[in-house]
Write a protein that binds this ligand. Structure first.
Ligand code: PEP
Ligand code: MN
Length: 337
């Protein structure tokens, strides 16, 4: 339920009402606005009838939250969320570019790539230490050694680094090394893993599953917020369709749909979205034009010899050229890069 209080209701009134909501076994939420306080009550909405809020002199209106994602939806939270990621932010009129190799392969490879993307103007780094590969025979990532490399390069360059966590048992160790967790497409509905990272306060980039609807993505994000972690960034990375010309079909429709339904920031990953480096630039520009809050993309210092996803990784000079081409588009759509 969304309970809008009258302008003269005080914080004490709100607290008293929240206690009554809690006593019914519902979860109260407090959302002070410019002019009035809005309260939320999460749980079985029928229970709230016993409070007779319609006739409460301090209550202006009571209405049900229609979307199934109560915390992620815009109904309860009309303003855009901005997630702080180390010394940068995602959302709120910025266009944030997080770039790096698919996987951390060695100190030299990660440091060379990281320096190149920083010089080109990237805001954050990416690099997987635990790789969820389709084949068990493909490179699985360097594990803790990869995390150590990721963190030392990130500290050296003063750039936040994002890395994937694939197992709830690894959440604590990844949290020690990374500025943000990435949840990959293959784990979008691994609900125990979502709950485990929901108990931390570290930002999360939640990638859309290849066969997930937008609402499935939003419900997956709800699992994280319901555990108390509000720092969720969504990511569109392409879905499986009948099309075989590209690795996935990058669903840019999802960006304005997500913006309508949710207050969370959203990135686009044109690398996994296309699978082909020559398509990454055009789709990155399209993502900026259609309202994305930034990009998560793959760059490698030596793509032909990459241990994973070389075919979709940009060469450093291609990434630098793309960053230059994005700037006038950012200006045109009123985003700061
Ligand atoms: C990745 O970012 O390298 C990755 C494995 O992405 P996805 O989960 O979107 O396939
Ligand atoms: Mn990859």
């Amino acid at each position: 339920m969304i309970i809008v209080l009258k302008p003269h209701a005080t914080k004490e009134h709100a607290e008293e009402l929240m206690q009554r909501i809690s006593a019914l076994g519902l979860r109260p939420l407090y959302m002070p606005g410019q002019e009035r306080v809005v309260l939320g009550a999460l749980g079985d909405e029928r229970a709230i009838e016993s409070l007779h809020l319609d006739s409460d002199p301090l209550v202006e209106s009571v209405k049900p939250i229609l979307a199934p994602y109560k915390l992620v939806g815009r109904e309860m939270h009309p303003h855009d969320t901005i997630v702080t990621l180390g010394n940068t932010q995602v959302g709120g009129g910025r266009f944030t570019v997080i770039a790096g190799p698919c996987a951390v392969e060695s100190r030299e490879q990660f440091a060379d790539t990281a320096r190149a993307v920083q010089a080109a103007g990237a805001h954050g780094l990416r690099g997987g230490a635990y790789k969820p590969r389709t084949s068990p025979y493909s490179f699985q990532g360097l594990g803790v050694e990869g995390l150590e490399i990721l963190k030392s390069v990130s500290d050296e360059l003063g750039m936040p680094a994002v890395t994937e966590v694939v197992d709830s048992g690894d959440v604590e160790v990844v949290d020690r090394y990374a500025a943000a967790f990435q949840i990959g497409a293959r784990n979008m509905q691994n609900f125990r893993l979502l709950q485990a990272i929901g108990r931390s306060r570290t930002p999360i980039i939640l990638k859309r599953g290849m066969a997930a609807k937008v609402d499935d993505l939003l419900m997956a994000a709800e699992y994280i917020l319901a555990e108390g972690n509000p720092n969720v960034i969504l990511c569109e990375r392409g879905i499986t369709t009948f099309e075989t010309a590209t690795r996935n079909t990058l669903d840019l429709n999802a960006i304005p749909v997500i913006k309508q339904r949710s207050h969370l920031p959203v990135l686009v990953d044109p690398s996994h979205g296309t699978g082909l480096r020559e398509l990454v630039g055009p789709m990155a520009k399209a993502a900026l034009a259609c309202g994305a809050d930034g990009l998560l993309l793959e760059v490698h210092c030596d793509p032909p010899n990459a241990l994973s996803d070389g075919r979709q990784s940009l060469f450093p000079d291609q990434f630098a050229a793309l960053m230059r081409e994005l700037r006038p588009i950012a200006d045109a759509v009123g985003k700061v890069m």
